[in-house]
Design a protein around this ligand. Structure first.
Ligand SMILES: Nc1nc2c([nH]c(=O)n2[C@@H]2O[C@H](COP(=O)(O)OP(=O)(O)OP(=O)(O)O)[C@@H](O)[C@H]2O)c(=O)[nH]1
Ligand SMILES: [Mg+2]
Length: 313
């Protein structure tokens, strides 16, 4: 397996950098995330910094792991360790003569990428906060009315309503799906695997840790490639299982002690750090999170925070 690092690079305008692969190279002519092969004597982090200097003339100064993708092309197998680069010095340009572009998230559909890049593009578009809804009865019964002013562009909204019967959940999901579409937000259905076909506007599915143990593969869930699969995990074993299943992101909980689950002791940030260092998929800290924990979770290697009470404004 060829070890490769690649970088999802952000600029302060919210754009992402893509580069065109030289025609004579593997997957030539297609667009990619800058990066290249990890040398034998290098860590992935060293390779990342070196490749970005060589290919773009920039010095990466703030980055964290995003995901690992293993892909088998007919002629070679690659392991892409992808980083999110959030700060750099210098001006990015095609230092090897290759065309480079800053594009908005909506523009990804306009460019052709190698087959391995599907999950990378999805991960690149993940938000730094994952919004899980309260139960309808916790907000006076009318969750649609409660959500309507709160859903904004780019949000990922996980519709979690364990107290509702399946039929009521479906009705609610169809209503929330329309609001999400209007706001360009992504609706993630929770638990009800078979309802995805009834809510074509939904962007994906969120499995409980218990469901994770009973599902064999992503295919069994009837998900299309563009659907997001989220998983609730509570330890590193479940994070690994989630990656093997082809999940796109996971929550790790409970990080802190919470009012909602007083019987569970928080895992704590040191455990969060240990998990995200080994995880091959984007991880969100969940359990007692407040807005101000976002940067802390990212500093510790997570993609951000997930939450119910602390997150919706
Ligand atoms: N850098 C990069 N490589 C990718 C991406 N997607 C993908 O499948 N690859 C594959 O991963 C491998 C990385 O190779 P590379 O050509 O960038 O390696 P490199 O910069 O060290 O170049 P060189 O040794 O050819 O000069 C290639 O087989 C390429 O097709 C991507 O988004 N970025
Ligand atoms: Mg390269």
């Amino acid at each position: 397996m060829l070890n490769v690092v690649a970088a999802v690079i952000h600029n302060p305008q919210g754009q992402l950098l893509i580069a065109q692969r030289p025609l004579h190279k593997h997957q030539g002519g297609l667009w990619e995330f800058a990066g290249g092969k990890v040398d034998a004597d290098e860590t992935p982090e060293q390779a990342l910094v070196r490749e970005l200097q060589e290919e773009l003339g920039i010095q990466a100064t703030e980055y964290r792991r995003l995901l690992t993708v293993e892909h088998h092309y007919p002629d070679k197998s690659v392991r892409l360790q992808v980083f999110r680069v959030t700060r750099f010095t210098g001006e990015a340009h095609g230092a090897e003569g290759q065309p480079v572009l800053w594009i908005t998230p909506a523009q990804f559909a306009d460019y052709a990428f190698p087959a391995a890049n599907g999950p990378i593009i999805k991960a690149a578009l993940l938000p730094e906060k994952y919004h899980i809804t309260p139960e309808p009865h916790e907000v006076g019964g009318d969750l649609v009315a409660w959500l309507t002013p709160r859903i904004t562009q780019g949000m990922f909204v996980c519709l979690r309503a364990k107290t509702l019967a399946k039929a009521d959940y479906l009705t609610l999901a169809q209503q929330v799906a329309v609001i999400c579409q209007q706001r360009q937000a992504a609706l993630i259905l929770h638990y009800h695997v078979d309802l995805l076909v009834d809510v074509p506007l939904a962007a994906g599915l969120h499995l409980t840790a218990q469901q994770l143990h009973s599902v064999q593969s992503r295919q069994d869930l009837g998900l299309a490639a563009q659907h997001y699969l989220w998983v609730s995990a509570h330890n590193i074993t479940e994070l690994n299982q989630a990656w093997c299943l082809g999940a796109d992101a996971a929550t790790l909980s409970p990080i802190k002690n919470t009012v909602s689950h007083p019987e569970q002791t928080g895992l704590g940030w040191p455990y969060f750090v240990a998990c995200v260092q080994q995880a091959k998929l984007p991880v969100y800290a969940l359990g007692g999170m407040l807005m101000q924990d976002t940067h802390l979770a990212q500093h510790y290697g997570g993609q951000g925070i997930a939450g119910i009470r602390g997150l919706f404004s």
